[in-house]
Design a protein around this ligand. Sequence first.
Ligand code: ZN
Length: 211
Amino acid sequence: MTNHSLKCPVCQEPTTKEVITYINTQTMPELVEQLLDNQLYHFECPHCGAVRQVEVQMIYHDPSNKLLIINLANQQYSETLANNLLNLIPDHLDVSDYNLRLVQNIPELIEKVYISHFNQVSDATMEIIKLLTDGLFIKQKPDADINQRFFTIVNNQPKIYYILESEQFFVDYHESLEVFAKDKLHSPNQSPPKGKFIQIDRDWALHALEK
Ligand SMILES: [Zn+2]
């Protein structure tokens, strides 16, 4: 926990809130639940009552999957930042065989957690599957302007949540795309190396498909 200074985006009043900066999925499973329920970084302004999600630089540690994720909270990555967050992990951790990931914000972190819970494809493969799903989606809705899309799990069903300019909805996850996506990442230099912080996102997937 660290104290975080916040300025309410609605009334501009400054306030201080204690926020979680380290989650260990084995020892703090309740925090994972709160994260997925959008409760962990929920902020209610004591002055005007406005309700928002706050962005916090934090580290997510899943020892059983050897996965570490840093939320940059829309800041630039730096080794100092990474080391400061790694120091929050109580025992010295050898991360050389870990999948190390960077995300820009909490919604991206939540997506990574869902991908790890789904446990069927890597996040790299998932980014390719999302691109392929975009293609199918655009065929049905040629005018759609896709803002964002996230892999998620709803009632135990894998889905991709599309956020458009004026509407939001769930698209079915097509398992048939897995083979094609995995094949695209077949060459070893396209699989993300371990022990190195990488941002696996849409840009990464576009770049991987170009090769
Ligand atoms: Zn306020």
